[in-house]
Structure formats: C-alpha cells, structure tokens
Write a protein that binds this ligand. Structure first.
Ligand code: SD4
Length: 345
C-alpha cells in the first residue's frame, strides 16, 4: 500500500481540522501546536536565534519594550502575583511609564509635535479579543486608561482627538499640561532649525508595548506613546492601531511594536506576527519574518522597528531592523533586560 492513500489523506484532514477548530483550551493549544508546527513548513531562512530561548511552559510572564520596561514589568507583576488578570497588569504596567516625566516618548514629558503640542496614542487588548484605543489625545496623563474605558464602556474601539478628550473628561480624567520644562526646552531648541526629519533610529525611540500572560495563561497587551518627536500636528502612528502596534489572540499569542510607526502600519506588523505564530512559527521566527516583510518591501535603511512577541506557552521572541532594541522580561521574581537581535549588524 502506498503511503499516500485516501485513508492517510483522510487522517491528515481530520488531524488538521482538530488542530484548527478544537484548540479551545490552553492545554489543547500546547498539545496541538507541536503537531501544527511539524505539519507546516517554516522557511529555512527563519532561524530561531533568540538570546534567551525561554520555554516558559506557560508560567506567568511579562515582557515590555526598552529599559523603561523594567519598572513597568514590576508594577504589572504585582497584579499578576496577587492573582490578578493580565488585562489589569498591562494597564498598571504602562501607566508607570506614562506618568514618568523622564520618559520622552510616552505620556507626561513626551516630546511634542512640531507645533509644541504633546499628542498621545494608546491601545489595549484583552484575552477575549476586546480592544480599546485613543489617538491624537491631548492633556491626559494616562491615555492607556482612557483606551481601557473605551474598551470597557463603549461599543467602539477607537476615539480620536477632541472626542477622546471629551470622553475622558466625562469619565473623571482630569486635564494636565504634559509639556515639562525639559521637553519644552528641547522643542524650542528644535524650532531654531525646524528640520522636519521624521525618522526613528536607535537614538530616538521609546514607546512602551507591554504583553502579559497571567497565572491562568490568559494574554493581554498595552501600547502607549507620544509618537514621533516633532511630528506633523495630527500625525498618528502605529501604536493605537489594533494589529499594527499591538495584537492579542488568546489562542495563539500576542505581539507589540516600537519604532517608525509608518512601517508597521504598512505591513500590519503585530497582527502579522500573531498570524505567523498561528501558522506554526515560533515567537522568534514570527518577529524575524515580520521584520523581513519590511526589509523586502519598504525603505527601512535609517529607520528602526522592533517587534516583541509571546506565544501561548510563554515562549518569547524579539527582533529589530537596527541593533540597539532591548526588552524587559519578568518571570518569578526575576526582571531583566535582554538585547534583541537585529537584521542590520
Ligand atoms: C510611532 N511607534 O508613533 C511610535 C513611536 C515609537 O519608539 O515606537 N517610538 O510611530
């Protein structure tokens, strides 16, 4: 009997059907992902080379972009540790960075646009696929919590500008001038030349994207930024766009992005990372492939993009165009900074 008979085809189809449609529980996912990974061919160019190939075996994990991820992870961990949900952890984590005046790309203290206005973008997504977002929001210190309110209390996903501000004020948020003396000084110095160079390279970044898996194995994510420094008034980047700056699918994994938002928006990068994981790529392979999508299609040379991802088993991936991207990972009581690999050396 030849190996490839209708009987084996039938068995294979049954297996694939089970893999795709019966991954209702986390245990199912963990069991079936090995079968699925083996049955799909991941291109040989996708070498898994994460500096810390953490097989988390599903234990609670928090990861976040850049070194301000360390204090953010700590705040998120407090919630996870006390049995809280990932969605509450991600919100609490990024709020720390939003409120830190020294963080010049997020919330209070974020560098303004070229007209001197600090405008904020943020989004949040939970384990049920629910999402909330605000963009072009001004004068509110914690845009992530406004995004959470949009998610929890409205039938919508995204509110923008003046409408988002009205919604925030109606829900108890208060106005605050987000321009610190330091960020105002930096902007005034920039206006002397007023060179409009919308680039994000390794010296000019630090959006926070934070992904958490709680003790139940549920995933959530949050992403928040003041965006490109000295951007055009009204410019919105990837960070509040579900699928570009952040995506969570509790059956598969979660991803977030940092860097030049236009590149992630043109490739719907965070969604792409999660979909690649769904097809069997590891978290690391998925981040690498999403960067390669940018490299193959877009002008990336002076620009930075970094992806960070976690799968349902707690395995982590990270990859960037340029060297210099790092992320913070917290498990147990260990909170550490890891350098991501990059396409360019
Ligand atoms: C944006 N992605 O607005 C953001 C900026 C950023 O690290 O990530 N900075 O394009």
């Amino acid at each position: 009997m030849s190996y490839k008979t209708p009987f084996f085809d039938y068995l294979y189809l049954l297996l694939m059907k089970k893999t795709y449609f019966q991954m209702k529980t986390r245990r199912d996912f963990l069991k079936n992902s090995a079968i699925l990974g083996a049955s799909l061919s991941i291109p040989a160019s996708l070498q898994c080379n994460n500096p810390i190939p953490q097989a988390g075996k599903g234990e609670a994990t928090i990861i976040s972009t850049w070194n301000h991820g360390l204090p953010a992870n700590k705040a998120a961990w407090k919630i996870i540790q006390s049995g809280g949900k990932a969605i509450d952890a991600v919100e609490a984590g990024v709020r720390v960075v939003e409120s830190d005046p020294k963080s010049t790309s997020v919330g209070y203290g974020g560098l303004p646009d070229r007209d001197g206005h600090v405008t904020l973008d943020a989004c949040i997504m939970d384990e049920t696929g629910n999402a909330g977002s605000v963009c072009f929001l001004q004068d509110i210190e914690n845009p992530i919590s406004v995004a959470r309110k949009v998610m929890d209390d409205t039938p919508h996903v995204m509110l923008a500008g003046e409408g988002a501000l009205q919604f925030a004020l109606a829900n108890g948020f208060t106005k605050k001038n987000l321009l610190t003396p330091e960020s105002e000084k930096a902007w005034k110095e920039w206006t002397i030349k007023s060179e409009y160079k919308p680039i994000i390279n390794v010296e000019n970044h630090d959006t926070i994207g934070l992904l958490a898996m709680d003790n139940k194995g549920d995933l959530s994510g949050a992403c928040t930024t003041s965006g490109l420094a000295y951007k055009m008034h009204g410019r919105v980047g990837d960070s509040p766009i579900i699928g570009a700056g952040l995506y969570v699918d509790n059956e598969v994994g979660a991803a977030t992005a940092t860097g030049m938002g236009e590149l992630m928006m043109k490739t719907l990068g965070s969604f792409l990372v999660v979909e690649l994981m769904r097809q069997g790529a590891s978290a690391q392979q998925a981040c690498e492939e999403a960067i390669m999508r940018i490299v193959k299609k877009l002008d990336y040379k002076n620009l930075q993009v970094g992806y960070l991802a976690i799968d349902k088993a707690g395995n982590v991936g990270a990859y960037a165009i340029q060297p210099g991207f790092n992320y913070a990972i917290m498990r147990g009581d260990k909170n550490e900074l890891v350098d991501a690999k990059a396409y360019l050396k």
